[in-house]
Design a binder for this molecule. Structure first.
Ligand SMILES: [Zn+2]
Length: 456
């Protein structure tokens, strides 16, 4: 009897093996997830709501829209900070600024913090970083874990997209014996908004004022006391110039995306396209970025594409830049360290809408980018509600984003219990904050550079 059962089991296994071989012979099977290449693309200062794939009515982004339709779009993705340094560190560490500690100019990433590049390097990946601004410097340890780390810092009048994409394509076209991780940062559409005429002509509406879209002028506006009397016409002018800048970037991305669509990449490569923060056009009285935590600065694109990523999907689960590390590791079937702030977003495409819709999402604006010395701002979001906290004035504002996306109706007084719950979550979050000592000395040249970029 035992013999017979055993014999049947063997026959069953043999048949199963034959069936498997038959399937394998019929056509190409799904390539293994392990060993997938990973590419993280950060397009600096790119607002989600100025892209067609996020509902923008102007034709700023045909290439990104097509790429997004071939992959999965996270509709509610947030930056962790409204400026370049802390947000990028979150992308690369999976930690909020409060946890990685890089919230100003003069801190370097503590040695005990892992980066995506180093984790992948330890797994045998070849790791390459290509960044377009000196802010993402070796001094701050952005280069941790990269076999090669190139900084192509141009003047703020120059466009970074073309040379950066040239370099990225050159990298992709090399022979890759091992899986690779490429971190590509492009400084467009950051100001100056000075796209070439062929792009500007598509978006410019009649305007006769003085607004020119240069960082110098925008910085002067922000520093003036009282600030100049700019209104709807000036905001519209800035939007036209910014949209042209996006269009120019988008046109350059065409070559990069075409390269990714060719060869083995669609089957063995995962691409994440995102941004570090948005840009404001007088929605809350100011311009540029860095100081507040309103949606024009926090709502960023997040598009996943490639091997293992569903086509033409949209996910409404709130996402954050801290999710990139666990999500990319998951797509490469690599272990993720415990204790990260972010979560793996890949279950989103097998779960129904509403999955993790109640998760907490935080953001931080540090002392250096606030007008009052020593001030900082924090925000926390859960579901539809978002709390903004200003340390200097000790004020709390609460907004219901589905009904009030422009964040104009402060519900803090009307909803004291909700305000208390959100404040408590924010307090608990900040209890885990890490203080990193300032160790970097800023040279006069770097200070001048920061002034040029509009930061100081
Ligand atoms: Zn930036």
């Amino acid at each position: 009897m035992r013999q017979r059962i055993s014999g049947r089991r063997e026959r069953f296994l043999a048949l199963a093996l034959l069936a498997h071989l038959a399937v394998a012979c019929e056509g190409p099977s799904e390539p293994p997830a392990a060993g997938r290449n990973l590419i993280l693309v950060s397009l600096d200062t790119l607002r989600a709501d100025h892209l067609g794939c996020y509902g923008y009515p102007r034709p700023t982004s045909p290439e990104l829209d097509r790429f997004a339709a071939e992959g999965t779009v996270f509709e509610r993705a947030s930056a962790t900070a409204p400026w370049t340094v802390p947000s990028h560190m979150s992308m690369l560490t999976g930690l909020y600024p409060a946890r990685h500690g890089i919230n100003g100019w003069e801190e370097a990433l503590p040695e005990d913090i892992e980066t995506l590049a180093r984790l992948l390097q330890e797994q045998g990946y070849r790791t390459a970083g290509m960044v377009n601004v000196r802010l993402l410097s070796r001094d701050r340890h952005f280069h941790r874990g990269f076999d090669s780390y190139q900084i192509l810092s141009l003047s703020h009048q120059e466009h970074g997209a073309r040379p950066m994409i040239d370099r990225a394509i050159e990298f992709l076209e090399q022979d890759h014996a091992a899986p690779f991780f490429l971190f590509l940062h492009i400084y467009d559409p950051h100001s100056d908004y000075n796209a070439e005429a062929s792009h500007r002509e598509l978006f410019e509406r009649p305007y006769s004022g003085e607004v020119d879209g240069t960082t110098a002028q925008l910085r002067a506006f922000r520093q003036a006391d009282p600030i100049p009397d700019w209104g709807a016409a000036e905001a519209r002018r800035l939007v036209d110039l910014y949209d042209a800048e996006i269009h120019q970037l988008d046109a350059e991305l065409h070559r990069f995306f075409e390269c990714l669509r060719s060869g083995p990449f669609p089957d063995n490569t995962v691409v994440a396209v995102t941004s570090d923060h948005g840009e404001e056009f007088l929605e809350h009285g100011s311009v540029l970025h860095g100081r507040t935590l309103h949606e024009e600065l926090l709502h960023i694109p997040l598009i996943l594409w490639g091997a293992g990523v569903p086509h033409n999907r949209r996910v409404d689960t709130p996402a954050s830049l801290v999710d990139l590390v666990p999500t990319l590791l998951s797509l490469a079937e690599l272990p993720c360290p415990v204790g990260l702030d972010g979560m793996d977003l890949t279950p989103a495409w097998s779960e129904p809408d509403g999955w993790e819709s109640d998760r907490w999402v935080f953001a931080e604006a540090d002392k250096w980018n606030n007008q009052k010395e020593g001030n900082f701002r924090r925000s926390v979001r859960r579901g539809d509600f978002k709390l903004l906290y200003d340390h200097h004035s000790q004020t709390r504002e609460v907004y219901r984003l589905s009904k009030d996306p422009e964040e104009r109706q402060n519900l803090a007084d009307k909803e004291p219990e909700l305000t208390r719950a959100l404040s408590q979550a924010l307090d608990q979050f900040m209890e885990r904050a890490r203080v990193v000592e300032d160790t970097l000395e800023m040279s006069e040249e770097e200070l001048e550079r920061l002034r040029e970029l509009g930061y100081l």
